[in-house]
Design a protein. Structure first.
Length: 200
């Protein structure tokens, strides 16, 4: 329970600030979520891009949205693209992102880039790790149809583990490890999207 408590204290896990209403009297609104996997990008930019999309959509499922095809995305790139090898890493990530979005029938309709992510400090060139932040958003027909991260067990109840990843655990237990300051396990790329998202 201590590990669960630490994980649920992370804003990236338990914040419901992603939900916004569109009117004062109605229940329609919008939901948005973010995915990013910068540490994985150090070893595999393609995996980073695909897993960022997977994380963003996984974070969005807790609010009822109109349909998967209504989800739009924004991509924010941060790379030291003028340095050797960094432009190639960004290109690889962009190709993987394009392929993932085509497979899911999603579109990116905005974003920005910061391509000078390096600075001189103490006579040395310090380079920021390349990163891609995917923000997804969609109409939410009823903002009361959400799943919240708080436990409602009372005096009775049970916590169930339902293995939706079929043993793969591709996001690498990252929030549990982040909350306990442990190193992350090796990761794998996101599997075929049709197995990850039903009906695609």
């Amino acid at each position: 329970m201590d590990a669960l408590r630490r994980v649920l204290h992370l804003p990236s896990v338990s914040s419901k600030g992603f939900l916004a209403t569109k009117s004062y009297t109605g229940l329609t609104g919008g939901a948005c979520a973010i995915g990013e996997q910068p540490v994985k990008g150090l070893l595999n930019p393609k995996a980073m891009a695909r897993l960022a999309v997977g994380e963003a959509l996984t974070n969005l499922v807790w609010a009822k949205v109109s349909a998967l095809e209504d989800v739009k995305a924004s991509g924010n790139w941060m790379y030291a693209a003028k340095l050797g090898g960094e432009g190639a890493c960004m290109y690889d990530a962009a190709v993987a992102l394009r392929d993932a979005m085509i497979d899911l029938k999603l579109a990116i309709d905005g974003g920005k880039d910061s391509l000078s992510m390096a600075a001189q400090a103490g006579g040395k060139l310090v380079k920021a790790p390349g990163d891609l932040v995917i923000s997804v958003y969609a109409p939410c027909p009823d903002i009361t149809k959400t799943v919240t991260p708080d436990l409602k067990l009372g005096d009775k109840g049970a916590i169930l583990f339902i293995d939706l990843a079929k043993g793969k655990r591709r996001l690498g237990d990252l929030h549990s490890r982040e909350s306990s300051a442990q190193q992350r396990k090796p990761f794998q790329v996101l599997a075929r999207q049709e197995t990850y998202f039903c009906g695609t």
